[in-house]
Design a binder for this molecule. Structure first.
Ligand SMILES: NC(=O)c1ccc[n+]([C@@H]2O[C@H](COP(=O)([O-])OP(=O)(O)OC[C@H]3O[C@@H](n4cnc5c(N)ncnc54)[C@H](OP(=O)(O)O)[C@@H]3O)[C@@H](O)[C@H]2O)c1
Length: 282
């Protein structure tokens, strides 16, 4: 497939980044990965501008930046809030301004954790009300991208499915713990609409390449599951004993209150691109 844009991709060394890169490769779409190895550090927003300007100058088509890289762990964001805002929000603002200057488009992958969990399911039109530093920093990043009319924010739920290192995502972390006979306690009172990482990657690439899709899109998984239900299912599918998975409550966790139910829904139909559809799907 040929593309009339030059695709740039951040987060290629991460869980979702591996799948998005594989999807682009499968479609025959060339892309440039931007990561720390290329001197691209989101923790240093001032140097980012120079690095990205140089990359963009060398392109022969308008840039499309699929921005996945983030400080993605809630506990790390709570421990280092300044770094979380610098990485997830401030740096996103720098990227968005460079892309706007070069008539490019930013597609920013965000999270169901921009919601407080009190009014699920959340559609694309619902206002974010994050409770955690991670959610707040991602919501701030969203605002930076939406300031340009070509920008797209794709909110994804908890991802599951095989990871490149066997240690990431909601299912591999369960399988790794069970394989090592480590104690595993999963919440019975926290609900999401989990999505397979491969499906997420396919949908992100399709939406990113369609320049008519702008604003906010949700990618809900097919059903609402608690973390415990998802863990048990992952174990059973791998032929492991789910009896070793203990029940836990999110209320036992230290730190900010975790949202109870951040299930996503969408007001958009897959078939109708960015046309409004009254029926909720997912
Ligand atoms: N996984 C999920 O269930 C889930 C759910 C909702 C939303 N998301 C969103 O999806 C995106 C991808 O998540 P993921 O699960 O793939 O995360 P991940 O496996 O933790 O990967 C994070 C990626 O971000 C890069 N990164 C982190 N800090 C950076 C920095 N300072 N400068 C440059 N690159 C940096 C990492 O590069 P290094 O390898 O160099 O550290 C890595 O490539 C994130 O935006 C996340 O908020 C994920």
């Amino acid at each position: 497939m040929t593309s009339d844009v030059s695709v740039l991709l951040t987060g290629t060394t991460g869980y979702l980044g591996h799948e998005v890169a594989a999807r682009l490769e499968a479609l025959g779409i060339a892309f440039a990965g931007l990561g720390r190895a290329e001197g691209f550090d989101l923790g240093e927003p001032f140097s980012l501008e120079e690095v990205l300007d140089q990359v963009v100058e060398g392109l022969d088509a308008p840039p499309l930046l699929i921005h996945l890289a983030a400080m993605s762990r809630m506990d790390e964001c709570e421990a280092e809030p300044e770094r979380a805002f610098r990485t997830n929000a401030e740096a996103t603002g720098v990227l968005a301004s460079v892309l706007a200057r070069s008539r490019g488009r930013v597609v920013y992958v965000s999270t169901d954790l921009v919601f407080d969990g009190e009014n699920a399911p959340y559609t694309d039109d619902d206002e974010p009300r994050p409770t955690s530093i991670y959610g707040k920093s991602k919501a701030e990043g969203e605002r930076m991208v939406l300031a340009d009319s070509s920008g797209l924010v794709i909110r994804i739920p908890l991802l599951f499915g095989p990871s490149f290192d066997g240690k990431r995502g909601a299912s591999d972390t369960v399988l790794a713990a069970l394989g090592d006979a480590r104690e595993l306690r999963l919440f019975t009172d926290e609900w999401r609409t989990p999505l397979s990482v491969r499906e997420a990657a396919e949908q992100i690439v399709a939406l990113a390449l369609d320049s008519t899709v702008t604003g906010i899109r949700h990618l809900p998984g097919p059903e609402r599951l608690s973390r415990h239900e998802l863990g048990v299912r992952s174990a059973e599918e791998a032929g492991l004993d789910p009896g070793a998975i203990l029940e836990a409550s999110r209320l036992e966790m230290p730190g900010p209150r975790r949202p109870c139910d951040v299930s996503l829904a969408t007001t958009m139909s897959d078939q109708e691109g960015n046309q409004q559809d009254d029926e909720e799907v997912g």
